[in-house]
Design a protein around this ligand. Sequence first.
Ligand code: C2E
Ligand code: MG
Ligand code: MG
Ligand code: MG
Length: 284
Amino acid sequence: AILGFAALMSGVFGFLSARGLVRPASRLDEMDEALAKGHIQPHFQPLFSLEDNHVTGFEMLARWIKPDGTSISPAVFIPLAEDEHRIDPLIFSLLIQAGEQIGNLLRADAALKMSFNITPAQLLSDGFVERLTKQIDAAGLPRHSLVLEITERQPIADVEKALMVSGRLAELGLRIAIDDAGTGHNGLSSLHALQANYLKIDKYFIDGVTLNRKSFVLVEALVSLGEQFGMTVIAEGIESEDQLVKLRELGIREGQGFVFSRPLPANQLVKLIEEKKRQPMRAA
Ligand code: C2E
Ligand code: MG
Ligand code: MG
Ligand code: MG
């Protein structure tokens, strides 16, 4: 009889959950708990000068560390955060943590920049600039050290507004990078919509630069476009010395990728920057 009851209950439960009527500990509840407990943390991938290999800055990347030490990829939880209106709390929490962990580093060296990822929809949301600057100030991060990365993977819904917002950010001392450049579904419209300082060429094209002429020519074209718009061109996802040789040939001055370093927790980033300072710079 007990087995019968259990079978009945699991049948009822299965029926309800298939219809979305009960949600046993959902991913969203887990994310809220992780945010509250500080389990979503910033890692930092250093950015290097391709001319002399010194560190020019770093990109803050979200990491969800589970209590058992395993981690969930941002490719999985960023879309969830976007859908569930957790994208602002997430980046604000990361900025506060970054302020505690690497604020000193930025204050000690005005030439270092820290970038972080903002979605196009987030950039255009009402009151975003005010919310962001308030958080940046609360985090104790110097504005002139910060760069907002806006991906080209998602369309910019309102070009006029984007231009206005990016102009306002510039007035406030913040810089903008166009991220994943070359992947845009709207062609090159991000160049129109954003007043940007940096153009980060997507890994897809960097992967191809040593393999096929098409990628090489596309990167060449992106470099030329970037320069004509007065932007500094950055290569992302560099994995080999051969790619570095090609990218230098193309006149790209900054890059990030596993060939230099993976994203690191703050203490390892600080160590890496201190070690680099002690070493004489290696000419490219
Ligand atoms: P992204 O902004 O283009 O960041 C670069 C991604 O490429 C990072 O993956 C980085 O770890 C990876 N990467 C860097 N160099 C190499 C390389 O040489 N080889 C390979 N295979 N990969 C490399 P990650 O950290 O998994 O982040 C993935 C994406 O998630 C980011 O792409 C960004 O779009 C998004 N993301 C991460 N953190 C945040 C965040 O705080 N807010 C928002 N809105 N998006 C975020
Ligand atoms: Mg990025
Ligand atoms: Mg990118
Ligand atoms: Mg990319």
